[in-house]
Ligand binder design. Structure first.
Ligand code: NAD
Length: 259
């Protein structure tokens, strides 16, 4: 039997229409999982589904705003009706640039609603199925969960909560056969990074891209495939002894900067 196979497993991936979530969805499908993609950008989610279908595998896209509990409950319940969820990847997330003085209340609320409440909503909705026979929850934290990053106040608040939510859920559901972990990527080259450079540093895109690349001691940003491969491992049966853990994947950002 091939290692890291997800044959016969059903996975939910939030934000699977773009960047890291798209790479995770494609990688899971390659390993024969059935992938259910929740995204509020239904066109891009549908594009990921089309790529998976071209590979000869199964996927389905759902229009879903993870910050809206009613919406998440309805969508997840429709999946649970005919499937047992084995894997939930809470990937959907948004960024924000600014320190505490420049962050407006509405910005903090927005980051809270998507990055924190979105994870809470999806776990809460999936638990009845996950508890029925066990499963895996994998959350997207960040280097900002562990160290101070300049001008990322609201984002850091939200990703710190993702880390501690991971520990809390891992503890509460260990006896239900549910493993819960998170990963903490450094900068990964995705539309998310391109978007915030474009919005926050107009006219300085190339300079900012190079600067952000160099902040990883390894000298570059990560690729979405590198992140997806770690997620695949953590969600596979091979990682059966791992729960309540956070995995840095950051080109040395957290431990090697400063010397
Ligand atoms: P991305 O912007 O490329 O993709 C995010 C996806 O999430 C998009 O498809 C978007 O439509 C979807 N999404 C956003 N808000 C949503 C909502 N409310 N409901 C449903 N879907 C929603 O982002 P990415 O770079 O691939 O980042 C994915 C995750 O990885 C995020 O949680 C991010 O914080 C985390 N992360 C990214 C980096 C990085 O450098 N790219 C580093 C560390 C952590």
């Amino acid at each position: 039997m091939t290692k890291f196979s997800l044959k016969d497993k059903v996975a939910i991936v939030t934000g699977g229409g773009s960047g890291i979530g798209k790479a995770i969805s494609l990688t899971f499908a390659e390993q024969c999982a059935h992938v259910h993609i929740l995204d509020f950008d239904i066109e891009s989610a549908q594009e990921t589904v089309s790529e998976i279908e071209l590979m000869g595998h199964y996927a389905k896209a759902y229009l879903c705003d993870v910050s809206d509990q009613k919406n998440v409950m309805e969508v997840v319940e429709s999946i649970i009706k005919n499937n047992k969820i084995d894997i939930l990847v809470n990937n959907a997330g948004i960024a924000h640039v600014g320190n505490i003085e420049s962050v407006e209340e509405k910005d903090l609320d927005r980051l809270y609603n998507v990055n924190i409440k979105g994870v809470y909503n999806c776990i809460k909705a999936s638990l009845p199925s996950l508890k029925n026979g066990g499963g895996v929850i994998l959350n997207l934290a960040s280097i900002a969960s562990k160290v101070g990053i300049r001008d990322r106040f609201a984002y850091s608040v939200s990703k710190g909560a993702v880390l501690t939510m991971t520990y809390s859920v891992a503890k509460d559901y260990i006896n239900h056969g549910i493993r819960c972990n998170c990963i903490a990527p450094g900068r990964v080259h995705t539309p998310f990074v391109d978007g915030f450079i474009r919005d926050n540093y107009p006219g300085k895109e190339k300079e900012m891209f190079d600067n952000l690349s160099k902040t990883q001691p390894i000298g570059r940003m990560g690729t979405t495939q590198e992140i997806a491969d770690l997620v695949l491992y953590l969600c596979s049966d091979e990682a059966g002894f791992i729960t309540g853990s956070n995995f840095p994947i950051d080109g040395g950002f957290v431990t090697l900067n400063g010397n």
